[in-house]
Design a protein around this ligand. Structure first.
Ligand SMILES: [Zn+2]
Length: 335
């Protein structure tokens, strides 16, 4: 099959911004419904979602939701190095997609696909049709367009290639419904917020008492938001000996025609406990969902054993803290 035929066989619909009847949400609901009917493996993993267990843990000043989800073991153990370095072994490359997997063609070069190992009843992966490495700044326009086109009911997620992307060599985003992660409520509590910078209609603010370093970037102009993230990334680069993208995870929201990016700068991908042996090992691999407070544990013993102290220690260990020269401006009055 030539590359064009490969793409055609995997297209369920094309997203056209001008077709108001078929907005992106509606198309994704149709896609999932159709895929569940004709792709048995997906139907099976969606059924297994009924068996996942959750547990709320109250930490100091914040909460997390643990999810026991054995289907996520592959993702939790995924290598961050060369796991899908070449196209032959890459599970997001078109020629490796399951025959029955189809998606919505977005901007002619992305396919919105049902994630075959969902953590929530709606969980999509947006993959480029070509094998390009994860690189947020090179694809910021698409990231912001996706956030706006999905709208306020959805959250678009990005994992850096060295801190959580299960396919670091293939450009992709994830999409989940909004309102499902603990941090979304916590970052609205105005006593936690401090504005650190305002520029060209963009506000940068920090969120305190969550044990994680967080920079929120908010504004209604996509070019100014992209510039702001670029500036923030450049700042991170100054402090890190990185010749590639600084380690970050980002969640993007769209409310009242404003973008809100929650950015987590990272010091390391996995905590020390991940590399221990036997009972001391904790299989938690913090990526964007975990940074948002939804902690996936594919092992039952971790689900049962994890406590507030261990979770706070993990956040402290993997977050890049207190090095950023963003000056205090004024207390936030935003809600
Ligand atoms: Zn690929």
């Amino acid at each position: 099959m030539n590359p064009c035929e490969h793409i055609r066989s995997h297209i369920f619909e094309r997203f056209n911004k001008k077709d108001a009847e078929k907005n992106l949400s509606a198309l994704c609901y149709s896609l999932l419904s159709a895929q569940l009917k004709k792709w048995e493996a997906l139907e099976k993993t969606y059924k297994s979602l009924q068996n996942i267990m959750t547990r709320n843990i109250r930490c100091t000043g914040f909460s997390v939701l643990l999810q026991y989800n054995p289907e996520r073991i592959t993702s939790s153990l995924a290598g961050t190095g060369n796991s899908n370095e070449n196209e032959h072994s890459c599970f997001l490359c078109l020629h490796n997609l399951p025959e029955r997997q189809q998606g919505i063609l977005y901007q002619d070069v992305f396919l919105i696909l049902c994630n075959p190992a969902p953590v929530l009843p709606f969980h999509f992966t947006v993959a480029h049709v070509n094998h390009y490495r994860q690189d947020i700044m090179a694809h910021m326009d698409t990231f912001l367009a996706l956030i706006a086109d999905f709208g306020s009911q959805w959250t678009v997620l990005y994992n850096g290639p060295r801190c959580g992307a299960s396919a670091p060599h293939h450009l992709h985003f994830q999409v989940i419904p909004s309102g499902k992660t603990p941090i979304e409520k916590e970052i609205r509590e105005k006593e936690r917020l401090t504005i650190v910078k305002q520029k060209k209609g963009v506000i940068f603010y920090k969120v305190s008492k969550l044990e994680r370093e967080i920079m929120v970037i908010e504004g209604n102009d996509s070019i100014a938001i992209a510039d702001a993230l670029n500036e923030y990334m450049a700042t991170l680069k100054k402090y890190l000996p990185a010749d590639e993208e600084p380690m970050i995870n980002i969640a993007g929201f769209f409310e009242e025609k404003r973008w809100r990016l929650i950015v987590f700068p990272r010091k390391k991908h996995r905590p020390q406990a991940f590399f221990q042996e036997g009972d001391r090992r904790v299989v938690v691999s913090p990526a964007i969902l975990e940074m948002l407070g939804l902690i996936i544990t594919p092992m039952k013993k971790d689900f049962e054993k994890l406590d507030a102290k261990t979770i706070e220690a993990i956040y402290n260990e993997v977050s890049l803290k207190k090095i950023l020269p963003y000056n205090y401006v004024q207390p936030s009055k935003r809600t």
